[in-house]
Design a protein. Structure first.
Length: 131
């Protein structure tokens, strides 16, 4: 299954990005970023969920060699692929849910992540994967 394969690859890349951080905090953040409504929570929302301030969360990630923006980027990629391949959500709505100000910005990011345009991924011209 191409979608399942893409999800597994994304999970592997996320784990590699966090440089093998083996703790519950990073795992909780990754799950929170990719789960739920299809929108990406803010640093403040994740810090509140973890029971700490934004600055404390940033310091704890820094101690692990993890950048919040890398977690967000991987989560956006995963959610975008899922929404494009698993449903009929309009591309403009996916862009908005993921925090992009316009569809063009989202399309550029999606092409950078996968090597194909969002519409092509939806049509299944080539399974989205890492570039």
């Amino acid at each position: 299954d191409e979608v399942l394969h893409a999800a597994y690859l994304a999970e592997c890349r996320l784990k590699a990005r966090v440089r093998g951080a083996k703790d519950d905090l990073v795992d909780m953040l990754a799950r929170s970023l990719t789960g739920g409504t299809g929108s990406i929570p803010s640093l403040g929302a994740l810090a509140a969920e973890a029971g700490m301030s934004e600055r404390t969360l940033q310091r704890r990630l820094q101690d692990r060699g993890v950048k919040f923006r890398d977690l967000v980027e991987e989560a956006r990629r995963q959610v975008a692929i899922e929404l494009l391949t698993m449903g009929s959500t309009p591309i403009a709505e996916i862009a908005w849910r993921l925090g992009y100000s316009d569809t063009t910005s989202f399309a550029h990011a999606f092409r950078r992540w996968t090597g194909v345009a969002p519409g092509a991924a939806r049509r299944g011209s080539r399974p989205p994967g890492p570039r």
